[in-house]
Design a protein around this ligand. Structure first.
Ligand SMILES: Cc1cc2nc3c(=O)[nH]c(=O)nc-3n(C[C@H](O)[C@H](O)[C@H](O)COP(=O)(O)O)c2cc1C
Length: 388
């Protein structure tokens, strides 16, 4: 499977620090075994930025866009509008270097070239990093602080300039942050989106729910090099499930929700709806243990608590793995096979129960698969399916 790509728009304006653009882009394109994604770089340049580096110094797989290209791309209705297309394709934008002129334009909403049109049309839900670079006197001018405050107020992320002997010869604050610092910030943001899998664990009232803390610990203890992913886990548990484990035993990094918390979410139109958010946000749903009652409810489309309503809301193009855990007689009952067939027809993936002496004392098939087996399955699945 080829790695996913984090599409990044690097936007360079006319600061002398634009001479570092080839090094920054080379660093981004260098392979790393710490990431399970690669960067795909799209470079936007102002006319003045072009003055400070040679296009021939850029890696060949970088796409470069300038003002002329924006206008060439549009000849008639239906043709792509470059600054809009760049905003759509990109996962993040990094304006580096951001000179005093372009900073002023961005802060005041001007859009007279490809760079400023791209920032002006930017989707505010996507990260935008900016790295100012200017002469110390420009930096110290009171208008600079005003412009930066405006950008930060919009949620843009500042990588502040550093003090050094500037390329113009002056000594003081104003130099663009070094390439490694910019890289570290970009990777941190990209990791949050690409190097993690959001797993929603739905637990129901089977005695196997006593293994929930162990299951979570096993999953979260996986070293990142083995998984390529970091799991971010959300746990929703029915009232009965919570009788079998102590919330204090759940690893602290797990986000825990139940019906009581859910009821605090929605009071009036416009408020957040927890089950909708969970179903939209998570990459994968694991129902473990799945007891006979909730299996019946899911198969019949019922949604009378946070667990069943979230499952009812779950988009069927995202994976669902379920691990039945019930008494052998319940498992052997013909209705179980019917419900199982319904779930599988929807694409739900079963990790079958095992034969053992169950915690309830009975012997037979019905015990939830072991936490190790479940975690191994989840990791293999996440790695092969390239979840996000
Ligand atoms: C050699 C040279 C170096 C410059 N370096 C900077 C700089 O580091 N920061 C800055 O804000 N402006 C700098 N400028 C001024 C900008 O290039 C100028 O404001 C230009 O209009 C910016 O255009 P742009 O924002 O569209 O790229 C420099 C100009 C020259 C001639």
């Amino acid at each position: 499977m080829s790695p996913r790509s984090c599409k990044i728009v690097i936007a360079a304006s006319g600061s002398v620090a634009a001479m570092k653009i080839p090094i920054l882009i080379k660093s981004l394109l260098e392979p790393s075994d710490k990431r399970n994604y690669v960067f795909e770089v799209h470079l936007v340049v102002t006319e003045h930025a072009k003055h400070f580096f040679k296009m021939t110094d850029l890696p060949t797989d970088v796409k470069v866009y300038d003002d002329a290209l924006e206008w060439q791309a549009w000849q008639q209705r239906g043709d792509p509008v470059l600054h809009v297309e760049l905003g759509k394709l990109a996962d993040m934008m990094v304006v580096a270097p951001l000179d005093a002129n372009t900073l002023a334009k961005m802060a005041q909403g001007l859009c007279d070239n490809l760079l400023t049109c791209t920032t002006r049309a930017w989707d505010m839900n996507k990260p935008l990093i900016f790295c100012t670079a200017m002469n110390t006197r420009m930096w110290e001018h009171p208008v600079t602080a005003q412009h930066i405050a405006t950008l930060k107020q919009w949620g843009y992320i500042e990588i502040p300039p550093i003090a050094k002997t500037l390329i113009c010869g002056d000594v003081g604050v104003g130099g663009m942050a070094d390439v490694q610092t910019i890289m570290d910030n970009i990777v941190k943001i990209a990791d949050q989106k690409f190097n993690r899998v959001v797993l929603l664990l739905a637990a129901t009232g089977s005695i196997a729910a006593i293994k929930i803390p162990l299951l979570l610990k096993t999953l979260l203890d996986q070293p990142i090099c083995a998984t390529n992913y970091k799991f971010e886990v959300y746990l929703i548990a029915t009232k009965a499930a919570k009788r079998f484990f102590k919330i204090e035993d759940v690893p602290p990094e797990v986000h825990v929700y139940d019906d009581e918390i859910a009821s605090q979410f929605w009071h009036r139109p416009g408020d957040r709806i927890l089950h909708v958010e969970l179903a939209e946000m998570a990459d994968m749903l694991l129902i473990a243990p799945l007891n006979a009652n909730t299996m019946s409810k899911i198969a019949q489309g019922m949604s009378d608590n946070l667990v069943t309503i979230t499952i009812r809301c779950w988009p069927l193009n995202k994976p669902v793995v379920f691990c039945p855990g019930m008494n052998p007689n319940m498992w052997a009952h013909p209705i179980t096979a019917q419900h199982l067939a319904t779930l599988k027809k929807w694409g739900f993936i079963e990790i079958p129960p095992i034969r053992k002496k169950l915690l309830c004392g009975s012997y037979g098939v019905g015990g939830m698969a072991k936490p190790d087996t479940i975690v191994k399955f989840i990791i293999e699945f996440a790695n092969t399916e390239g979840l996000v």
